[in-house]
Design a protein around this ligand. Structure first.
Ligand code: SF4
Length: 70
């Protein structure tokens, strides 16, 4: 699995951190919403279900996942 994020869409809701705190962080910005920071772009198998939940529940649909079989 690989992770892509569209930072233009991110508004710092932090749902992603609630679901997968080992994979996502959120950083404050000077003149904008806080933005997600991906800590691990290729999460291990144990973390992938958390990452899928983060992508599903992100209110702005910022997170795109490329599964290994795609
Ligand atoms: S990726 Fe989604 S849930 Fe995470 S901070 Fe950005 S908008 Fe919020």
């Amino acid at each position: 699995m690989k992770i892509r994020v569209d930072l233009d869409l991110c508004q710092g809701h932090s749902v992603c951190i609630d679901e997968a705190p080992e994979v996502f962080s959120v950083e404050d910005q000077v003149d904008d919403y806080p933005k997600v920071k991906v800590l691990n772009f290729q999460p291990s198998a144990e973390l992938q279900n958390q990452v899928r939940l983060a992508a599903r529940y992100c209110p702005n649909k910022v997170i795109t996942l490329i599964e290994d079989n795609e």
